[in-house]
Design a protein around this ligand. Structure first.
Ligand SMILES: [Zn+2]
Length: 275
């Protein structure tokens, strides 16, 4: 090897260069101009050399693309596994807390009430466990069954801007909503395929709760039966010569409250308060 060649700094290959540039960006936030110039020159030489060198350049891009994809996949898998693990932990911990609370409520219930009708507390040294009443609430058991009268609908329309402009007749900033809507209906009827609608349904819990607390239509009539019961005919016998018996109301199942599909009333609930 000649002396001249020995003194030349060893030229870095592309992989070294690209990784060195990335390293400097990460650690120092800036890459010196001369290194970038070296990088550019190396790229130019490689790509203009044609043949195998160009192939190697393409392979290098492929290598980093695959590396990124693999890391992305690893991240997604990691997030999925960790999310599952933590979700399970949340469910388990919430269930444990609920179970402990329910057992304590059971013990409190078994103690009966004081002379003011209040439930007795469980006294610790630093903590007191008491049962507190919970306001009636409703639970949606199957949203698809809940009748529309207990839902709200949020309707959004997507259409080309000029159509909206026409729908607003001449003035895009038409303030009169009635005029706008009437014009929009006209536009919808004439060129409906340019407009897409999105419907979002949501249960109106307040309305639902109020309805669930209403008395059952069938058994709330004054027939001498308590709420939830109704009179029914049966075979007359010696003990029951009139052939009339009191049964659970078939409409509400004996609750005496209005029944609504897909929902139920949560009532007389207590929760444990730890203080
Ligand atoms: Zn009823």
């Amino acid at each position: 090897m000649s002396k001249e060649l020995e003194q030349q700094p060893r030229k870095r290959n592309l992989l070294d260069l690209v990784q060195h540039v990335a390293y400097l960006e990460d650690t120092e936030g800036a890459v010196p101009d001369e290194l970038l110039a070296e990088f550019r020159e190396e790229v130019r030489d490689t790509l203009l050399a044609k043949g195998e060198k160009v192939d190697n350049y393409a392979k290098l891009i492929h290598y980093f693309t695959m590396r990124a994809a693999a890391a992305k996949g690893e991240l997604e898998a990691f997030v999925k596994i960790e999310t599952e693990r933590l979700k399970k932990r949340i469910t388990r911990a919430e269930a444990d807390a609920r179970r402990l609370g329910d057992f304590a409520l059971f013990v409190i219930d078994s103690l009966g009430r004081d002379n003011k009708g209040k439930r007795l507390p469980l006294e610790g040294v630093n903590y007191t466990l008491t049962a507190a009443g919970v306001a009636d609430s409703c639970e949606v058991t199957d949203e698809s069954l809940v009748p529309l009268e207990f839902k709200t609908v949020e309707l959004t329309a997507r259409m080309p801007g000029d159509m909206w402009n026409k729908a607003c007749i001449a003035d895009f900033n038409e303030k009169d909503t009635t005029k706008r809507i009437a014009a929009l209906q006209l536009a919808v009827l004439s060129t409906s395929d340019a407009i897409t609608f999105n419907c979002e349904y949501a249960v109106d819990k307040k309305k639902l709760l109020a309805a669930l607390k209403e008395p059952c239509e069938a058994c709330s009539v004054d027939d001498g039966c308590p709420a939830g019961k109704t009179l029914s005919t049966t075979f007359a016998s010696e003990e029951n010569p009139e052939g009339i018996e009191m049964v659970d109301c078939p409409k509400c199942g004996g609750t005496g409250k209005r029944r609504i599909p897909g929902a139920r009333l949560l009532t007389n609930k207590t929760r444990l308060v730890v203080k």
